[in-house]
Design a protein around this ligand. Structure first.
Ligand code: BDR
Ligand code: CA
Length: 313
């Protein structure tokens, strides 16, 4: 079968890095390009981080674009306290040999969608959704060319990780998330409700280490740095690995379950700014606009990730 064409829109981020690596490792996905956005750290770090990760995977052929350096309407909020000052602390990667593409990431996504057939391209936002929202605000008709938007963001049952009610990616750019949810394109969302049900284990990290490749060694460095924050915060045996769930779903949707329902983002200032209000029980009468994922086969997810990592140099 022809590999599924995808765009990864990302703010690396150690878990973003694992998502990029997983996608690049799969023969069933064709990564058309990677667009960076400001999020976990500013854009002048997320963009070169994306390049570094592609090079780590031996994929200097993948085009990497810098996108938006701030949310649509708000000041940028970053998360160095989670990801370290580089965003990918723990990896110790060399400066990239390749350069960023000269085109702005938003223009490149726009042109790529415009040149595509209806429902052809899958977009995988795993950071604040500023880039994709910018595309869809300027050219709403391009939503027709999107097969599926599979994003990491939101929280409802689990509570927030950035405020008591809001998850980081949506909190950083709530207006962007709302634009995406109302674009008319099919949206599948991976909130904290599902990512917190698949925690990394010591055993799994050891299995990654045992691969003994340069990618696995860098991955373990990143994962060990990254998971300490959530382990300390939640008192769990391991941390969640949010963003790679998006890639795992593309390859193995059977590992996940959720509900097609209405999701709205609270964009008003106040206690619940950036909250994804999920009408899981269909009480609002508002139309369903999102496949909201809540269940995961955690063992299956980590087995798939290990298998993908084992394919990389
Ligand atoms: C999300 O925020 C970032 O810190 C992670 O990379 C993930 O995309 C989790 O809330
Ligand atoms: Ca991310």
């Amino acid at each position: 079968m022809k590999p599924r064409p995808i765009i990864i829109d990302t703010d690396p981020g150690q878990d973003d890095a694992l998502a990029i690596l997983a996608a690049l490792a799969s023969p069933d996905l064709e990564v058309l390009g990677v667009t960076a956005v400001a999020g976990n750290v500013p854009l002048d770090l997320t963009a070169p981080n994306a390049l570094k990760i592609c090079e780590l995977a031996g994929r200097t052929d993948v085009a990497v674009f810098a996108g938006c350096d701030r949310p649509l309407q708000r000041d940028l909020i970053t998360a160095e306290h989670v990801h370290g000052k580089t965003g990918i602390d723990g990896a110790d990667l060399p400066e990239p040999a390749a350069s960023l593409q000269p085109q702005h990431g938003v223009d490149w996504i726009t042109n790529t969608l415009a040149a595509a057939q209806e429902r052809e391209i899958t977009i995988c936002p795993v950071g604040p959704m500023t880039n994709l929202a910018s595309v869809l605000q300027a050219s709403p008709e391009l939503a027709m060319h999107i097969r599926e938007i599979v994003c990491m963001g939101g929280a409802f049952f689990a509570g927030g990780n950035t405020t008591p009610t809001a998850e980081f990616n949506v909190f950083v750019d709530p207006e962007a998330a709302q634009v995406v949810l109302h674009s008319g394109a099919p949206v599948t969302m991976f909130p904290l409700d599902v990512t917190h049900k698949a925690l990394m284990s010591r055993h799994w990290i050891q299995q990654v280490r045992a691969l003994g490749t340069r990618t696995s060694i860098a991955a373990v460095g990143m994962l060990e740095f990254y998971e300490r924050f959530d382990v300390d915060k939640y008192g769990t045996y391991g941390g969640p690995l949010h963003d790679p769930n998006v890639i795992a779903y593309l390859l193995r949707p059977d590992l996940y379950a959720g509900r097609h329902c209405n999701v709205e983002v609270d964009t008003r200032s106040g206690l619940t700014l950036g909250m994804t209000v999920v009408d899981f029980w269909g009480v609002s009468g508002r139309p369903a606009n999102c496949q909201y994922i809540t269940e995961v086969d955690s063992d299956g997810f980590y087995a798939l990730l290990l298998e993908l990592l084992s394919k990389l140099p």
